[in-house]
Design a protein around this ligand. Structure first.
Ligand code: FES
Ligand code: FES
Length: 158
């Protein structure tokens, strides 16, 4: 067992974990952040996407210890004060980009990383930015539209 500190959604946690445990397991099983989903567990589906220092990573493959000292952001940390939904969350709802919802937290976190580095992406750039996130329900068009709507809303707020 290894003792370490992890910062998730702005809060520090002291943990004692086996050295080989994944960030996904720590988030879900040790800290209760079950908004981050496990799909394939093999780096293929993107359902487990979280941000580590602003970079989208597959938490199922990411060693938890590697995140020590970094800022981890999960879907639970995206809403603003008073639970006000993030523009991406609003847009996914209003564009009808959520069906079963299993891919949604990972999609939104990948989209957040994309919009943070490119606030005005084209549809093609959105497709590329979300290429690591699989959705079996929506056919992707509504998801891409949702990211466009969120980008417009965020840019309007600036
Ligand atoms: S659960 Fe991590 S990529 Fe599928
Ligand atoms: S909404 Fe069902 S997998 Fe994407």
């Amino acid at each position: 067992m290894v003792k370490f500190e992890l910062k998730v959604n702005g809060q520090e946690y002291q943990l004692e974990i086996p050295a080989d445990v994944s960030l996904l397991e720590v988030l879900r099983e040790y800290l209760g952040f079950t908004g981050t989903k496990e799909g394939c567990g093999q780096g293929e589906c993107g359902a487990c996407t979280v941000l580590v220092d602003g970079q989208a990573v597959n938490a199922c493959l990411y060693p938890a210890l590697k995140a020590a000292g970094a800022e981890v952001l999960t879907i639970e940390g995206l809403a603003g004060p008073g639970g006000k939904l993030h523009p991406l969350q609003e847009a996914f709802i209003s564009a009808g980009a959520v069906q079963c919802g299993y891919c949604t937290p990972g999609m939104i976190m990948s989209a957040k990383a994309l919009l943070d580095r490119n606030p005005t992406p084209t549809r093609e750039e959105i497709k590329l930015g979300l290429a690591g996130n699989l959705c079996r329900c929506t056919g992707y068009n509504k998801i891409i539209t949702a990211v466009e709507k969120a980008a417009a809303a965020i840019n309007k707020e600036k």
